[in-house]
Design a binder for this molecule. Structure first.
Ligand code: URA
Length: 190
């Protein structure tokens, strides 16, 4: 089965899973989108209001900043894959609880295994917490890590969340600086 078909099947499984939290208040499942064969997988936290309406990850204000950052390094969005840990919008855009994150974990692990990217870029503290539950994002943002997935060692780059960067100029600068490292990281790990 190719990656696109496996992702489609996974999406169907999530659609059928009536035990998932947050489903009842959500408009759409935000499964993730992009190139199933992408070398880079971006992982956000959870859909916001715009994502809930469109069904597409990072389609609101934070997504606009992400698009700008991608343009700044000449990386077309459709060459990447973009997803979130939690796939339904938490009410009022609150941070998903650890229990909610845990419930979605088997699905995100399957999504990572199918895509099997060379580099995962976590955006914010929530996606980082699934790999490093005890580390603060400020301690390792912008520093390349190694993790084991899909039977191999892949790389992980923890970055600040674009929504946090929109509220905090210092974080925005750090996000922009760390983003600029992506092209050289990609050529290193090819
Ligand atoms: N914030 C996220 O973490 N994900 C989105 O898709 C949009 C905003």
């Amino acid at each position: 089965m190719n990656k696109a078909t496996s992702l489609k099947k996974l999406k169907e499984l999530i659609e059928l899973d009536k035990t998932l939290p947050l489903r009842k208040d959500a408009t759409n499942l935000v499964f993730g989108e992009g190139n199933p064969n992408a070398k880079i997988l971006f992982l956000g936290e959870a859909p916001g209001r715009m994502e809930d309406l469109t069904g597409k990850p990072f389609s609101g204000a934070a997504g606009k900043l992400l698009d700008k950052l991608l343009q700044s390094i000449n990386l077309p969005r459709d060459e990447t894959y973009i997803s979130n840990i939690v796939k339904f919008r938490p009410p009022q855009n609150r941070t998903p609880t650890p229990q909610e994150v845990k419930t979605f974990l088997p699905y995100i692990n399957q999504q990572i295994d199918i895509i099997c990217p060379k580099l995962i870029i976590t955006l914010g503290a929530v996606p980082l917490s699934i790999f490093y539950p005890d580390i603060k994002i400020s301690q390792i943002q912008g520093r390349l890590q190694e993790i084991n997935y899909c039977g191999k060692t892949i790389h992980l780059l923890p970055l600040y969340h674009p929504a946090a960067a929109l509220r905090n100029g210092h974080m925005k600068e750090q996000l922009e600086t760390s983003f600029k490292k992506i092209p050289s990281i990609l050529s290193q790990i090819k």
